[in-house]
Design a protein around this ligand. Structure first.
Ligand SMILES: [Zn+2]
Length: 270
């Protein structure tokens, strides 16, 4: 909680520095600009940098030699996630799905299928609020808890891994994740599949950067569809395999009972 308090003080001091503008002089303007810029940059760094550990400890690599973890955020999507699951099954690749609880509740059969096929299901909050860093404490707790509960209802176990919307931190995230028994997982490669319209460019961007231990951020639900990612992925998987990489989950599966899930679940979304 001490770090949360320091963060709030930084935020308040940065904005309070604007009072230095009055009475206005050029030297005061330069002083205010300097303080405000440094404070704002530091605030943004603490809130947004994917590998920053200060507000909440987070894991951004996987263990092992020549390992790569594919992670898919924002699903399940009724159209693209089943296609992705087909692709991963055909390639024999296991991946980690950071699901949005609200969407998981709407399409539980897809999440159940992913779980039954050996993928890892993780918590990406209940409703994916884009202003995550401004949530009230009660709302923050609810976003974490309801997201976790959704996965528990569908898969039969509480997810251990958590990732916030856009990887954004919240000053109270550390104590709340500790209470929930969850671990924050970030990434080393942001594929920018949310912006890229060309599958060749997307594949090449990932292949240019991929190294052992990387966690790659991708999305199986996008407003305009995830077809670019789905077109790029086979080449990414094949070329990384040729280089000797193996695909691993972003963490251990919580349940030992996954194999006992109804096999019929894997047929429901075809
Ligand atoms: Zn997201």
């Amino acid at each position: 909680m001490a770090r949360a308090a320091i963060f709030f003080l930084l935020f308040l001091a940065t904005n309070a520095s604007l009072a230095l503008l009055y009475p206005f002089t050029l030297s005061r303007l330069l002083l205010t600009f300097s303080i405000y810029s440094v404070g704002t940059l530091l605030t943004l760094y603490l809130l947004f940098h994917p590998r920053n550990q200060w507000l909440v400890a987070n894991r951004f690599r996987v263990d092992g030699v020549n390992t790569i973890a594919l992670t898919f955020d924002d699903g399940p999507d009724p159209v693209d996630t089943p296609k992705l699951l087909d692709l991963l099954r055909d390639k024999g690749v296991k991946a980690t799905f950071f699901v949005v609880g609200k969407r998981a509740d709407q399409h539980p059969e897809i999440v159940r299928r992913a779980c039954a096929e050996g993928h890892l299901i993780a918590n990406h909050t209940w409703s994916h609020r884009l202003l995550f860093c401004f949530l009230t404490p009660a709302r923050l707790r609810s976003e974490i808890e309801r997201g976790a509960e959704s996965v528990r209802r569908i898969c039969g176990f509480r997810p251990h891994l958590f990732r916030s919307p856009v990887g954004m931190r919240h000053p109270l995230l550390r104590p709340y994740l500790n209470n929930a028994g969850s671990e924050y997982v970030s990434w080393t490669i942001r594929s920018r599949d949310t912006l890229t319209r060309n599958s060749g460019v997307l594949a090449q961007r990932i292949l240019n950067r991929a190294a052992s231990g990387d966690i790659i951020l991708l999305h199986d639900h996008l407003p305009r569809g995830a077809h670019v990612m789905l077109e790029a992925l086979p080449r990414v998987i094949d070329e990384l395999r040729e280089r000797g990489f193996q695909f691993v989950l972003a963490g251990p599966r919580e349940d030992a009972a996954a194999a006992t899930l109804e096999p019929a679940a894997s047929q429901t979304t075809r």
